[in-house]
Design a protein around this ligand. Structure first.
Ligand code: FE2
Length: 162
């Protein structure tokens, strides 16, 4: 039963953007795990915990995005090889510099924010308020986290110069 009232053709651009968002979040998640495991130095406890908080949050969002796609009666991308192909967020290299890690995560956020805005823009065209609502809350959350990481990186940057 088509309880949503969307035609599968009109929902396609929204689902494409949601699958891209899902792929972006997967790579972002793994980048955070990489940094959580490999962080070293005086900011270890601070950033080890911060990266864990962020990947736990990303894990929940990954599930919500996939289940939104299923709610729209479409198929979420489920294979890692496809995530790597579709995503704009790139797999991070090994890093030994904590500030560099934060800057990479900030750059990942920039791409996720762009991806979320593309979801909202396409969902807006067909008044898909359920998707807009979900993406809007993710966006607000990510913007706030980005401000915090940016503030941290300024402080760390100044500390390095002293
Ligand atoms: Fe851990």
């Amino acid at each position: 039963m088509n309880y949503l009232g969307f035609k599968s053709q009109e929902i396609k651009p929204v689902v494409n953007e949601l699958n891209k968002l899902l792929s972006n979040y997967h790579i972002y998640y793994q980048n955070l795990r990489n940094f959580h495991w490999n962080i070293k130095g005086e900011n270890f406890f601070d950033l080890h915990n911060q990266f864990e908080d962020l990947y736990n949050d990303a894990r929940l969002k990954i599930d919500e995005i996939a289940e939104r796609i299923l709610t729209l009666r479409q198929q979420p991308v489920s294979r890692f090889s496809e995530y790597l192909e579709i995503s704009d967020v790139e797999e991070a290299e090994m890093q030994d510099n904590d500030r560099e890690m934060v800057l990479i995560i900030l750059e990942n956020h920039q791409k996720l924010i762009k991806s979320l805005r593309a979801v909202i823009e396409n969902a807006g065209k067909i008044s898909d308020e359920g998707t807009i609502d979900m993406a809007g809350s993710f966006l607000e959350n990510l913007e706030k986290k980005s401000w915090m990481l940016d503030a941290w990186s300024v402080r760390a940057g100044k500390a390095v110069q002293v």
